[in-house]
Design a protein around this ligand. Sequence first.
Ligand SMILES: Cc1cc2nc3c(=O)[nH]c(=O)nc-3n(C[C@H](O)[C@H](O)[C@H](O)COP(=O)(O)OP(=O)(O)OC[C@H]3O[C@@H](n4cnc5c(N)ncnc54)[C@H](O)[C@@H]3O)c2cc1C
Length: 379
Amino acid sequence: MFELTKQQKILRSLVREFAESELATRVLKLDEKRAFPFDIVKKLAAQGIIGMTSSKDLGGTAIGHLAGIIAIEELARVYPSIAFFLEGSQAPMYAIENFGTEKQKKTFLPPIIKGDKIICIAATEPAGGSDLASIATIAVPVKGGYVIKGRKVYITNGGVADLVAVVAKTGERAVILLVEKGTPGFTVAGRENQMGFKSVHISELTFSDCKVPAENLIGKEGAGLAIAMSSFIVARPSIGAIGLGIARGAFDIALKFAKERVLYGKPISKLQNIQFMLAEMETEIEKARWVIYYPAAALDRGSSPRDIGKYAARAKAVGAEVAAEVTKRAIQILGGCGVNPEYRLAGLLNDAMELFPASGTVEIMKVIQAREILNKVKH
Ligand SMILES: Cc1cc2nc3c(=O)[nH]c(=O)nc-3n(C[C@H](O)[C@H](O)[C@H](O)COP(=O)(O)OP(=O)(O)OC[C@H]3O[C@@H](n4cnc5c(N)ncnc54)[C@H](O)[C@@H]3O)c2cc1C
């Protein structure tokens, strides 16, 4: 039977304690102000929560993908925005650590892991994120580097990032280039108006004749799409974990309410319908948990992103679905209080809905799974 290690169990209780003490009281205010909590990023770093899969010589803790998933789940249970901030950093950090040069790794990763700098990855464009191969942003090779021209939308952490990994085309081939904040031609054009993840800056970025040195190319010219895909695959279980955390947060709120709310002279938890809803909600959460943990555990056992493509896609889709379903039911259990923002469920449902498109839509996740399933069937 699958069991978490002692280290993973300790990590879960430490992160839970951190989330309860540092985040719980600030959620409503942060959401209301749409304010990015830089101080929390520093505290996460101090706890070793940024860079959990990064090597120790870069300042990471290297305790693994599943540990990272557990941390994200616990943070999302209390404040999904901060978990989403972490997830947004994961793909570009993975790209640099696994495909970048030694100089890129040593220059760019330690300050991110320390919480001094923030990173994002910019792939999606206004013409459609699902068709990544047809992006219009170009990187023209010039003496000593590349000149980037294009526009990116819905970029998680985009408005607060010190470093952007930009996916662009050089002719028919793609590249990923690192653009530092302050590089002439790079602008944060605006912040998207999102229904959830209120304190995360999800932004539109423009690059107009933005010149970057050749040494900012991650991997080889032409490998940009493959690197982006591998990096997105590795980050997808984290989206699933945010969904799992949201579902658990909503379940805990509903359970507490059901025990406290008295109708007909007794708590509503004595009503069979409420009991059945709680049983079904917890069943959905436990079913989702193993689907979401599986690809992260596989990475820890040495599987490559390519090996886990189907499982990572499934984890992401299941996470979005369990978050929305369980939160909707929790809202029903709370009756009128369920739609009062102070009970937090309305905010959690808004966050849950953001998970459907983020990091590839739920439909694209099903396309990926179906492709792998059908390719394995022999007729
Ligand atoms: C909260 C949030 C954070 C994000 N963060 C980032 C980020 O950090 N970096 C980044 O680059 N992008 C980011 N994105 C963008 C995200 O990756 C895209 O929204 C997503 O890939 C979908 O692209 P689109 O919105 O253009 O929808 P479209 O691609 O236009 O899709 C529209 C509809 O068509 C469906 N569809 C498309 N193709 C198919 C198909 N083959 N089969 C069936 N249905 C299909 C989709 O499922 C969807 O329902 C973020 C988005 C959100 C909402």
